[in-house]
Design a protein around this ligand. Structure first.
Ligand code: GLP
Length: 242
């Protein structure tokens, strides 16, 4: 796993955003795997700025997001779908029909998982997957567990994740479940970039890179991927030995 440390989150956003823009320029029908959270926002801002400067078009790109809350309407301001609209999709020329999301309100999680797997496969697989990391080492909403997960599934969120994300919920209680791509599905991406910024991620980053590969820290699975790069700012890299 390659590790790149850059001075701040803006520089990381430019470096990672440029890779998404380059892929959109070079490959017709490129497939992006996208993430929510505060971490990818500078990346999305860079992509928006490049689009507005007419340096890139996303009109043939297809996107799949990692996860979505259960029991929350897609139109609710805290859904990950709305987050992506606000932070990226509404500002670029990505056709709405090219956006795919797990349905957190499905009544059949197994059918939804299979629909998502098939839809990604039909597009030729994810070319470039963007990830953040939770303070407990989760990727997507794959929380620490006894086994690595594979396909998309419905998961119960841990108290630490609920505590971290409930600050965004002011009108309804934060959902306790989410639909997420499994670790195995994430690892099928041809290239993976994980971004971690800030001191609150330093412990998770250390375990991801220097701890034993274990589902107790789901991000450690990335160490088995052939083309995974981690972008860190100095506070997130502070606890690394090398
Ligand atoms: C959320 C998301 C993850 C994200 C993580 C970190 O729970 N499901 O995809 O990487 O939390 O979020 P942030 O970037 O805001 O720290």
């Amino acid at each position: 796993m390659k590790v790149v440390v850059l001075d701040d989150e803006e520089r990381i956003g430019s470096a990672v955003g440029e890779q998404f823009c380059a892929l959109a320029r070079e490959k017709a029908n490129a497939v992006f795997g996208l993430a929510t959270g505060m971490t990818p926002i500078p990346t999305y801002q860079y992509m928006i700025a490049q689009y507005k400067a007419k340096n890139v078009s996303f009109s043939s790109v297809r996107t799949f997001n990692l996860d979505e809350y259960c029991d929350l309407p897609r139109a609710h301001k805290n859904s990950f779908y709305q987050f992506m609209l606000q932070e990226l999709f509404a500002h670029i020329d990505l056709p709405p029909a090219h956006i795919d999301f797990l349905d957190g309100n499905t009544t059949d999680e197994f059918a939804e998982s299979e629909r998502y797997r098939t839809a990604i496969e039909a597009c030729g697989g994810i070319d470039l997957q963007l990830l953040g990391i939770g303070r407990n080492g989760h990727i997507g909403f794959n929380e620490p567990a006894e086994n690595f997960t594979v396909e998309s599934y419905k998961t119960a969120l841990t108290p630490s994740t609920i505590a971290a994300n409930s600050i965004y919920f002011d009108d309804v209680p934060m959902p306790k479940y989410a639909m997420t791509m499994g670790v195995g599905a994430i690892l099928r991406a041809k290239k993976i970039i994980l971004i971690a910024t800030g001191s609150s991620k330093a412990d998770a980053v250390k375990t991801m890179l220097e701890g034993e590969v274990s589902p107790r820290c789901p991000a450690t699975a990335l160490r088995d991927h052939a083309d995974a790069t981690v972008y860190l700012d100095p506070p997130a890299a502070a606890r690394l030995c090398h």
